[in-house]
Design a protein around this ligand. Structure first.
Ligand code: GLN
Length: 558
């Protein structure tokens, strides 16, 4: 729904381009997401987009060590984790067309060239690459009031130049006042002189201006309050209105960002820059409640995440956030500890896992660490500790049950045999090569490219009536996001169910197990999909909400 159409007749979306300068990791994604939430609070509709200068065609094949989590959209795109922030703050489901990299842009341009679409012309960065970027930016601009486009990286990066040139041209092509530029910078504090330094910000804005972009709003990250004098200086030297120099201070929780930015006047500065006057008053109750729940927990639970990429928490970004949301729903703080599964592959896991109120085994790829994860699943099942297995974590739970409940001693996954190039396991989890999506069949060959060969995006599941998950969801029909190649084999369903591992969620055609649960257990659920991707602070995912509730019950027992 658009609220802005009646402001002077029909207008396409207004654009806010968000860039960064001085250093990376300033929180551009968070600032964009918070601004999106604030514009929504004023009754406007928004969509957020990320343009990344790296040359990888999509983030799907990038190492989580380097790049953090891959965020999957309903329509099956593997995207940058910033889209997760966007969704968590605005509740707007991200789409394939909300994330693009230089690699994707160049590959599309080259494909067109190969097809002869350019009629043999010389292909150049300007205009061919920039036009491709502009076309991307403009997709769906009749759907929302505001389109927020974040450019990855920092101004001055070589790879970023085509994007900066494209957004400069884009704003020039549009009627005056339809696009604004918001730039994030850093004000370093020099303890020796007790001053905030504005020079890096001035240089960064100069760099932007040299490529034809004049920022309308400056967001300045700072550890110290920005004195009035410095604000005036920035405004003067950077050619920005003083009210449009917005401070961004460090926060205890990211969920304070919308209110903090509102207090500093970010949304007002943006609406002023567009000349939207008078601006509708914001409804901030939702964020006040979120802030209250984050800042005032009434207890604490300790959850172990047993995984492989434990050194890099960004690899499990959405899980961490979804647990926080679950904690907010139960008014407890969720203390997460990252446990490296490889530590107890050959030993008793008890010393590593005792003392936790719940155990979560997340998604993952490859054999490394899996024997430890299987032990964690066994520990949780036998000791009746709440267990949530996500994707690989569900596969581990089924392998554990096959080995220890129905005596398939060498139960394993084809994924591991595929890696080792031999047959060492009885495959309880196998490589799926053909499945149904909506009303068409998808087929894959075993040796397809690494990129894009997975079951990706939203799929329906039918839940068993009377099961734990049906109760948790409060419905028997769900839709969740997937990202995996392998599936649990239904061959073992009957035997496992007889021993208490219930297949309580299945694909609508009954072929693919979506959820398993242990009947005689306070809380033991494995899911083939990624529920964490759909959780929001103001609307926690039911599985995470109930998992944390179960953890809270365990904590109360001790
Ligand atoms: N590696 C497993 C598969 O491809 C699990 C994937 C995941 O956990 N996302 O099926």
């Amino acid at each position: 729904m658009r609220a802005l159409t009646d402001h002077g007749g029909f207008l396409l979306a207004r654009y806010i381009f968000i860039t960064g300068g001085v250093v990376s990791s300033l929180g551009k994604g968070l600032a964009s997401a918070a601004l999106g939430a604030l514009l929504q609070a004023r009754g406007f509709s928004v969509r957020l987009r990320k343009l990344d200068p790296y040359l990888n065609v999509d983030p799907g094949t990038m190492s989580p060590f380097e790049h953090g989590e891959v965020f999957v959209t309903d329509d099956g795109a593997e995207t940058d984790l910033d889209l997760g922030h966007y969704e968590r703050f605005t509740g707007v489901a991200a789409r394939q067309t909300d994330s693009v990299s230089s690699g994707r842009i160049y590959s599309d341009v080259l494909e067109k060239e190969r097809r002869g679409d350019y009629l043999g012309k010389t292909i150049q960065v300007v205009p061919h690459v920039t036009n491709q970027i502009k076309d991307f930016v403009g997709i769906g601009d009749d759907e929302v009031d505001f389109m927020l486009c974040e450019i990855g990286g920092t101004v001055g990066d070589i790879e970023g130049l085509p994007f900066f040139e494209a957004i400069r041209q884009f704003s020039h092509d549009k009627p005056r006042g339809q696009c604004i530029f918001m730039h994030l910078t850093l004000l370093p504090y020099l303890a020796a002189s007790g001053e905030l330094k504005t020079k890096p910000t001035q240089h960064s804005v100069k760099e932007l201006q040299s490529i034809g972009i004049a920022p309308d709003v400056l967001v300045c990250r700072s550890e110290q309050p920005i004195p009035e004098k410095e604000r005036e200086k920035i405004a003067l030297f950077c050619n920005v209105r003083k009210e449009a120099v917005v401070a961004a201070y460090d926060l205890k929780s990211i969920y304070e960002a919308p209110l903090a930015y509102h207090e500093q006047g970010l949304d007002q500065a943006v609406l002023d820059a567009f000349g939207i006057n008078p601006a509708p008053k914001p409804q901030l109750d939702k964020w006040l409640d979120v802030q209250d729940r984050v800042n005032n927990p009434e207890g604490q639970v300790k959850v172990a995440i047993v995984g492989k990429y434990t050194q890099l928490e960004d690899a499990y970004k959405s899980i961490k956030e979804a647990l926080t949301h679950g904690g907010m729903a139960n008014r407890v703080k969720v203390q997460i500890e990252w446990v490296d599964a490889e530590l107890f592959e050959k030993e008793d896991p008890a010393p590593h896992l005792e003392g936790f109120d719940a155990i979560l085994v997340p998604g993952g790829f490859g054999e490394r660490g899996t024997e430890g994860k299987i032990k964690a699943a066994q520990f949780a099942r036998e000791r009746k500790v709440p267990y949530l297995g996500i994707c690989l974590g569900m596969q581990m739970a089924v392998i554990e049950a096959a080995r220890n409940l129905i005596d398939v001693k060498d139960a394993g996954s084809e994924e591991f045999d595929h890696e080792a190039g031999g047959k060492r396991f009885t495959p309880v989890v196998y490589h799926l090569k053909e499945w149904v999506q909506g009303n068409h069949k998808v087929k894959r060959k075993a040796d397809d490219d690494k990129g894009g060969t997975m079951r990706l995006g939203a799929y329906d599941a039918a839940l068993k009536e009377g099961s734990k998950v049906a109760d948790v969801y409060g419905t028997c029909a769900i839709e969740e996001r997937h990202r995996h190649r392998y599936e649990v084999d239904i061959k073992f369903k009957e035997q496992l169910e007889a021993q208490g591992l219930i297949f309580s969620g299945m694909s609508p055609d009954g072929r693919l197990p979506e959820i398993v649960e242990v009947a005689d257990h306070p809380w033991y659920i494995g899911v083939q999909f990624h529920p964490e991707l759909k959780s929001k602070p103001f609307d926690p995912h039911p599985l995470f909400k109930d998992f944390v509730r179960a953890a809270k019950d365990t904590a109360l027992l001790v």
